[in-house]
Ligand binder design. Sequence first.
Ligand SMILES: Cc1ncc(COP(=O)(O)O)c(C=O)c1O
Length: 388
Amino acid sequence: MTLAPAAPDRSGRGPGDTTGFIPQAAPRLRIGRFGAAVAAAVRQVLESDHYGVGPAVARFERDFASYLGVDHCIGVGSGTDALAIAFRALSLPRGGEILTVAMTASATGSAILLGGHVPRFVDVDPRSRLIDIDRIAASAGPKTVAIVPVHLHGYPVDMPRLMTVADALGLPVIEDCAQAHGARIGGRAVGTFGQAAAFSFYPTKNLGCAGDGGAVTTNDGDVARRARALREHGWGEVRGRSEIAGLNSRLSEIQAAILCVLLPQLDDGNAERRRIAERYRRGLSAATVAGRIGLPPEDDGSVYHQFAIEVDDRDRVREALFAAGVGTAVHYADPLDRQPAFAGFATGPLAGGDALAARLLSLPIQPEVAGPAVDEIIERVVRAVSQG
Ligand SMILES: Cc1ncc(COP(=O)(O)O)c(C=O)c1O
């Protein structure tokens, strides 16, 4: 498979191998690393008569469920759809409030609103950067129907503790695992704790395809059956006969075939991310400007979807790094409560998330990008910070 060069852009994408620019992420390099197997898998689909939901989707669903240790996996069109389908499969009452965080991708909030529910944002703990579990009970009210913890940047939320709180409140939990494929707590994978979970296979994810894809996971057979129906027009046992109103949100055979090739590489890729994170941690904490760089929390269960440092003058540092040939990204500069679609849904002041939003800066961590360049990136980060 030949990979054409592309110019770097402000998003931090671009090759790096032809221009010297180190992109924040380059999904084509991940696909390209396993290019021959990916090409063969795609060719096999193209030569089959199954382009929608077929044998590759069934195989991926089986493999991913077994990888996670969950009873059911249902492949769908995207991570956003996976959340929306999970909400409907759980029959959450319309108009009900769903507790989640504002420090997340807009998809989390969109899926809640599109399902006819109301997001209610709970602040994050600024140290873990994840939902502040101690605030959940006080944020729940008579209209609360569910909790959506987000495993941000690949860090697992403390699910045993969160489930204890949720169970005491009688609330179902839908885990947003879009950034945390393979993240574990005490050896147990995220996506297996709540009543359901949603995964995204967007190309830049730790497990990504070459377009859009997602999955719902659950241990509940009824939820699985409903999710399976919802992804294809609400069809039940009889194809073409809608038992409930559904969507067209299939995981396609081509994407599933690519995911079947990449899934066996996930743990190695996550281990490489952990090693890169460790090198960043060592290099940055030994630097003269170490006091001005906040490091992400240490957690062996994290799969480092992002390695986000904290710096006071984040936008200046980002510009300086771009000028020095290093792409970065910000996850997230605008917490959801500050975006027009989600304004007014905070449960109170979200000071923890606001402080992070002003300071977070995601360095390259994708193994194919950062692996060969981590020392160079550290050097340029130190230089960029010390220029301020
Ligand atoms: C936390 C989070 N939730 C949900 C999604 C939605 O996934 P997708 O882009 O596949 O719809 C994403 C992906 O961007 C995400 O990062």
